[in-house]
Design a protein around this ligand. Structure first.
Ligand SMILES: Nc1nc2c(ncn2[C@@H]2O[C@H](COP(=O)(O)OP(=O)(O)OP(=O)(O)O)[C@@H](O)[C@H]2O)c(=O)[nH]1
Length: 560
């Protein structure tokens, strides 16, 4: 007959509906040899026990097994089903004995040391349900693990347990949904844009979600193979390291720390090499504790280095540094809250403090995504500017040759298919060398700008003007016959002649010569316009310009 006079704080049901049992338990640590239940009961009776002081009992990593006791008193007249769960899914072995009237009514063995199918509930934690009969039931538990000995014991009526499960499902669904959507979106962006930040960010988020799925036991309800006692512990370590490494490389790449903080950048790089390497050595020699310490070290470095990189980026006046710091400090605070809650220090353990880490990471993920989105926008604007300048002459801001060709090509095609007319003007400033020689090159530049302005302002809407090279300009006149083009050229010639370069404080009169080529009734050089006739038309205008120059300049000519 088993008995113990030791009374832990009694849990009275059905009044007690749901909560953590840290404060209602008393415990002691097993010393050298594994105790039997009766030896443990004797110890409970005869030795001093530690009373749980917070919602979650937490004793550190790689500690000796713990024996716990608490009492449930069912004051109702019928058996009342309750669920007990230990919400840290990495515990290797948990044994629970329910003692009624001095006899073991039930023994429930579980933990990730047992194959998934043999566990009391096919659940992400060690959990079981039991109908507590009227009167007192003593609950004795023995817990053994190589991982962190954090024991948030949850005790709830079945109704509350199901309610909690549903709530928890929604909460995790929302958190993981946000993070997975962001991860996949960024990986898709990487496939199409080929910018490594997107890939690293996607991997970082995926790594975190996987790590969290494993750390909260959810992954192991899917992967149910029995790989042995430490499978889950090693997987947690591996995933912690993967997401930390991806996260740190993402931060390096996003903030480009190499440019302005080479020392810190090297340190981050080495951290992401040496710690995983050490973990690998630990894995090869099956040193779980050693690898676990390295994983926690990397996780701590991760938080500190994120903030340090943000501060360096801020000092270097990098855009987005403030948002980066805000996101990493928030994540750091949330990680600290969860860690302290699980460790039972300062922060009370409850569902919110346990999940703070995920909330912090989701917040960080959204802020980092906003940085990437803004960076994308800046890159787009830069690209548009670069594209514009690839088509624009920087001095006169008219089209350059490339811009001219790109704009005229579709118009020319349209005119050819519609059997319409089109003309070209080639304009060359007369004796421009004298301007340079007399007033200097920079004045020459200003003069060219002024003439370009006159040309573009004298053009009709739809005409396309461009700088053809040096002091030579070209104008394409769509839907304009050669005769109308001559008239238009005269307008521009007169406008140039009238330009006063007052802003340059120069009393200067400049003229320009014009070569005109164009079609009349869709005929150019006695043949209808075709796609291939564009180049010959330019050559024709060039010959006309030559004639204008050698006929005394400041005139409009065609090849007759
Ligand atoms: N300031 C300035 N000068 C330029 C630029 N591009 C070409 N030039 C000058 O334009 C002048 C062209 O001289 P030339 O080809 O002899 O022609 P020109 O003096 O206008 O004589 P004609 O064409 O026969 O009337 C050269 O002195 C070039 O250096 C430019 O972007 N800025």
């Amino acid at each position: 007959m088993l008995s113990t006079s030791v009374k832990a704080d009694t849990i009275v049901i059905p009044e007690f509906q749901q909560g953590s049992l840290g404060k209602q338990t008393q415990y002691f640590r097993e010393q050298d040899n594994k105790l039997s239940l009766s030896q443990a009961l004797e110890h409970f009776e005869t030795s001093s026990l530690t009373r749980g002081s917070s919602n979650s009992i937490s004793l550190g990593i790689d500690v000796t097994p713990v024996w716990m006791i608490f009492t449930v008193n069912n004051t109702s007249h019928s058996p009342t089903p309750y669920r007990l769960s230990v919400e840290t899914p990495w515990i290797d072995y948990i044994d629970t004995w329910l003692i009624q009237d001095g006899k073991v009514a039930q023994h429930i063995a579980g933990g990730d040391g047992l194959p998934f199918e043999s566990r009391p509930m096919q659940y992400r934690f060690y959990a079981f349900e039991h109908a507590f009969v009227s009167g007192e039931t003593q609950v004795i538990m023995r817990v053994e693990t190589k991982g962190p000995m954090a024991l948030p014991i949850q005790f709830s009526s079945l109704e509350q347990a199901i309610h909690r499960d549903i709530n928890s499902g929604y909460q995790y669904g929302a958190l993981y949904g946000i993070m997975l959507a962001l991860a996949l979106y960024n990986l898709v962006l990487f496939v199409f844009i080929r910018q490594r930040e997107y890939c690293l960010y996607g991997l970082y988020l995926l790594g975190f979600v996987l790590n969290s799925l494993s750390y909260t036991g959810q992954l192991h309800t899917i992967i149910t193979y029995d790989f042995g006692v430490y499978f889950q512990d090693w997987l947690d370590i591996f995933l912690m390291i993967t997401y930390s490494v991806a996260g740190l490389h993402f931060a390096r790449s996003l903030l480009q720390t190499k440019e302005y903080a080479p020392g810190l950048d090297r340190f981050v790089l080495r951290t992401t090499l040496y710690i995983p390497f050490g973990m690998l050595i630990g894995f090869i020699f099956n040193q779980l504790f050693f690898s676990m310490v390295l994983a926690f070290l990397l996780n701590t470095c991760f938080v500190v280095l994120f903030i340090a990189m943000g501060v360096k980026a801020l000092n270097a006046k990098k855009p987005f540094a403030v948002i980066f710091i805000l996101s990493s400090v928030t994540a750091a605070i949330c990680i600290t809250i969860s860690t302290l809650a699980v460790a039972g220090v300062l922060v009370p353990y409850n569902d919110y403090t346990f999940k703070a880490i995920e909330v912090g990471m989701a917040f960080e993920a959204i802020l980092l995504a906003s940085i990437l989105a803004r960076q994308f926008r800046v890159a787009q604007i830069d690209k548009l500017i670069a594209e514009k300048y690839a088509r624009t002459d920087p001095l006169t801001e008219l089209n350059n040759r490339r811009g001219f060709q790109e704009l005229t090509e579709p118009l020319w095609q349209q005119i050819v298919y519609q059997k319409g007319d089109a003309s070209l003007l080639l304009i060359d400033v007369d004796s421009f060398k004298d301007v340079n020689d007399t007033h200097g090159h920079s004045v020459g530049d200003e003069v060219l700008k002024a003439i370009a302005k006159v040309i573009s302002e004298s053009c009709r809407q739809g005409d396309i003007s461009a700088r053809w090279g040096g002091e030579e300009f070209i104008v394409f006149l769509p839907h304009t016959s050669r005769d109308s083009a001559i008239t238009q050229a005269e307008v521009i010639r007169e406008a140039i002649e009238k330009v006063e370069f007052l802003a340059l404080e120069l009393s200067l009169t400049l003229t320009a010569s014009f070569g005109v080529a164009g079609s009349v009734a869709n005929q150019f050089e006695d043949t209808p316009l075709t796609l291939a006739r564009f180049e010959p038309m330019i050559k024709n205008a060039d010959r006309a310009l030559y004639i204008a120059k050698y006929s005394g300049k400041n005139q409009v000519r065609i090849v007759s």
